[in-house]
Design a protein around this ligand. Structure first.
Ligand code: NDP
Length: 253
């Protein structure tokens, strides 16, 4: 499954691109001509995806490899990127949690730092670069805003949605767009870890999600990638501050 947009000459930074949705998105941007910055916290995974990007690139362009934890302020230095056209804030964690849990604040801080604070910080660092290129931002959020056992995750993603609208308003006059992609259930390690069960049970639960979903299947990373490619392309030049739901209709059941 491939797409047909052209990102030749664009520099694209995708956080959490060592796996899942971020990795598929990085390789697809590379295939469409972009110079990709692959960044994640595990060196081996960054290297594998960077190699896949070079193989996919029509010019064999090497991806820039950045091993960094988005929650560590010292890890991220924007000086590494001399030019930036597109920022995809994709790195995220999901841990189930309830208000009665003893470690409520520990998990709250971890999820807010990973899913929200890191995005605020990196966006702040990138604005001056995006202004020069009239670039744009896509933040990867979720549809899970109302799930009972996902308290801090839901708060962090709801805040991410609102953060994106606020920056779209502020950065529009600078020529920078900002949008959100809200995936439903997508087949990645994230979903497997969230289900928190063995393989057999996980397959059963995935089948249950597929049956519940109006489109009759669980999402693939490429479903989300395609939405990111649209929102970051010139076809979406009048689209900013929007939420683009990619869930096969799951949010309505
Ligand atoms: P994956 O876990 O497959 O990939 C996420 C990547 O981000 C991993 O490589 C992970 O590394 C990395 N990452 C996590 N924390 C950090 C950090 N602090 N610093 C740097 N990298 C980090 O997840 P998905 O691809 O599924 O998720 C991508 C985004 O999509 C997330 O924001 C998630 O919330 C969102 N989403 C996913 C859904 C799904 O069903 N899959 C549904 C809705 C939203 P590591 O493995 O080391 O943690």
């Amino acid at each position: 499954m491939t797409t047909s947009r052209d990102f030749t000459g664009k520099v694209v930074l995708i956080t959490g691109s060592g796996g899942g949705i971020g990795a598929v998105t990085a390789v697809e941007f590379a295939r469409l001509g972009a110079q990709v910055v692959v960044t994640d916290r595990r060196r081996d995974r960054v290297s594998v995806v960077a190699k896949q990007c070079a193989e996919a690139s029509p010019t064999g362009a090497k991806a820039l490899e950045v091993v960094a934890d988005v929650t560590d302020d010292d890890d991220y230095t924007i000086k590494t990127f001399k030019k930036l056209d597109i920022l995809v804030n994709n790195a995220g964690r999901g841990i189930s949690q309830k208000i009665g849990d003893a470690d409520i604040l520990d998990k709250y801080e971890l999820l807010m730092n990973t899913n929200l604070r890191s995005v605020v910080r990196l966006t702040h660092l990138c604005v001056e670069h995006l202004e020069k290129t009239k670039g744009n931002i896509v933040n990867v959020s979720s549809i899970t805003a109302f799930k009972p056992k996902w308290l801090s995750y839901s708060i962090s993603k709801a805040a991410l949605d609102m953060f994106t609208k606020c920056v779209a308003l502020e950065l529009g006059p600078k020529g920078i767009r900002a949008n959100v992609v809200n995936p439903g259930s997508v087949k990645t390690e994230f979903l497997e870890i969230s289900l928190n069960v063995n393989k057999a049970k996980s397959d059963e639960l995935l089948e249950g999600i597929a049956m519940k979903c109006p489109m009759g299947r669980v999402g693939e990373p490429m479903d989300v990638t395609k939405a990111v490619l649209y929102l970051t392309s010139d076809d979406a030049s009048f689209v900013t501050g929007s939420n683009f739901v990619v869930d096969g209709g799951l949010q309505y059941v």
